[in-house]
Design a protein around this ligand. Structure first.
Ligand SMILES: Nc1nc2c(ncn2[C@@H]2O[C@H](COP(=O)(O)OP(=O)(O)O)[C@@H](O)[C@H]2O)c(=O)[nH]1
Ligand SMILES: [Mg+2]
Length: 309
């Protein structure tokens, strides 16, 4: 059955973790039953630090997430983690593995971990992911961490979906320089040079900071703090948290409100994309065949799809 139990909203509002898990399942499935819960979730204002983590596969995002959970719990914070693999419609092996790794926190009612495999119309994060994030905020977590596998569109999406973006790079293989070239550095609010136990981490920090110094900036520009971490040993994790909070202070109330507005815009635009692409995919008749034969030009076909509803 997909209809929520009548007391689900009340239990969700009271912070019941099982009600939250149920609400997340409804939102992930895109069911209308999630909508009243989302309304409750969004009426509460800004409550959580929403941190997105991005970086290439193997850079240590999951290990760092795990270490962040431990550190934040030690500080008495409640933490929710959403692990998303937007590149795969399946529950990927990596995420499954991550989930098992995070199981050590499962007995702890201050930690909520969930994996999502849903992807958006254009291969990035989906509107459903945004809905799940909103439900977690409504669930009263102090911190919400969104970890994605770092491929393609997802880095940009993470920045649009969160208050703060943490980029994880490693000393190996000129990772920092790659990030700079790919324009990923621009979306980072904090950079962790992870695996600082390996050689070359100081050089990577220097490369990143000198790349930042080269870019246009004035005294108001936020230059992402670069922090060394050894996630596997929990080292440097506290200083990453400090850097995120410093960025939060830099954003201020107005900046955070603006991030929320951008997040809402991202969600609504994702929904529009999903619906339009579904309409295009389901287009009946011989529309595409007519384009292929030159009987109808592609622009006219697009007009037909957008016009008829
Ligand atoms: N030497 C070293 N290895 C690490 C560190 N952090 C993570 N790793 C290892 O790097 C590999 C990839 O880590 P993982 O967290 O799965 O990366 P993800 O793909 O970005 O989520 C794993 O074998 C980790 O144990 C670190 O600080 N130092
Ligand atoms: Mg991972």
């Amino acid at each position: 059955m997909t209809a929520p139990a009548p007391d689900l909203a009340a239990r969700y509002q009271a912070g019941d973790l099982r009600a939250l898990a149920r609400a997340v399942t409804l939102a992930e499935a895109g069911l209308p039953a999630a909508r009243p819960l989302l309304k409750i979730a969004r009426s509460g204002g800004i409550r959580s630090v929403v941190l997105g983590i991005t970086g290439s596969p193997g850079s240590g995002k999951s290990t760092l997430t795990d270490a962040l959970i431990a550190e934040l719990r030690a500080q008495g914070k409640r933490v929710a983690v959403l692990a998303v693999d937007p590149s795969s419609p399946y529950s990927g092996g990596a995420i499954l593995g991550d989930r098992i790794r995070m199981l050590r926190h499962h007995a702890d009612s201050g930690v909520f971990v969930r994996s999502l495999a849903s992807r958006g119309a254009l291969g990035g994060l989906s509107a459903r992911t945004m809905a799940v994030l909103a439900l977690l905020e409504g669930g009263g977590f102090d911190w919400i961490i969104l970890e994605t596998v770092g491929v393609g569109q997802s880095e940009v999406d993470v920045a649009a979906a969160c208050d703060h973006t943490l980029l994880v790079v490693t000393p190996a293989g000129g990772d920092g320089v790659q990030a700079f070239k790919a324009g990923i550095m621009e979306i980072a609010d904090v950079i962790a040079v992870n695996k600082a136990d390996l050689p070359g981490s100081s050089r990577t920090v220097r490369e990143l900071t000198s790349a930042q110094a080269l870019g246009w900036h004035d005294e108001h520009t936020w230059l992402a703090p670069v922090r060394k971490t050894i996630a596997s040993q929990g080292e440097g994790v506290g200083s990453v948290i400090e850097a995120v909070l410093k960025h939060r202070a830099h954003l201020g109330e107005a900046g955070l409100q603006e991030r929320r507005r951008l997040r809402a815009e991202f969600e609504v635009r994702s929904l529009v994309q999903e619906r339009l692409l579904r309409r295009a995919r389901d287009a009946g008749g011989d529309l595409y065949a007519r384009v292929a034969k030159g009987e109808l030009d592609a622009e006219a076909a697009a007009d037909e799809l957008l016009g008829g509803s």
